[in-house]
Design a protein. Sequence first.
Length: 226
Amino acid sequence: MSDITVLVVDDESRMRKLIRDFLSQKNFSVIEAVDGEDAIEKFEEFQNKINIILLDVMMPKLDGWSVLRQIRQKSKVPIIMLTARGEEQDELFGFELGVDEYISKPFSPKILVARVEAILKRTQGEEKDVKDLGGILIDSEGRTVKIDGKQIDLSLREYELLKYLIDNAGIALSRDKILNNVWNYDYYGDSRTIDSHIKKIRHKLGKKGKYIETIRGIGYKFEVVK
């Protein structure tokens, strides 16, 4: 992938250098921020250029959560959180705020790069089809969803989850299968994160939220019902 810019936010210079060196091998451009306040300044300066953000949780001045909240008020740019905690509640909290992926420290730089590439592939894919199911119009090229012609606001994860359900309309999907396909990597936290996302999507779909059925003991199924 070329012409990709990554904002790397971490207060440890050695960590920033390690990440920068591996991302540079893939010809990614890297912008570095040394703390939360610097991250906000860099994001505002280069917002139209940044394709993805690697954001440390524990930092001086502003922690990663505060940075995440501020960025999510303005942008849906993919964000991977770098955390040393690995606590389940922290991860669930992050997904609620709009985190796209978690990587726990210490991590393999090669795995980090692979996850960056996977998220970029999903967000910048060349798929150009449009589907209309029961008044829900999903445009894969524009990554937009419209309800009866009116666009609704979905986070990246909510969009990908809804699209996966629609792509598999009529099929009962287990939570494990959803996690493996939508989150792209095995997720070792609580599958309740899916329930939380489904609840939000249903709310945003309004009356059409009933198309997402709960299959007791299994997971979910998307099916257009009259």
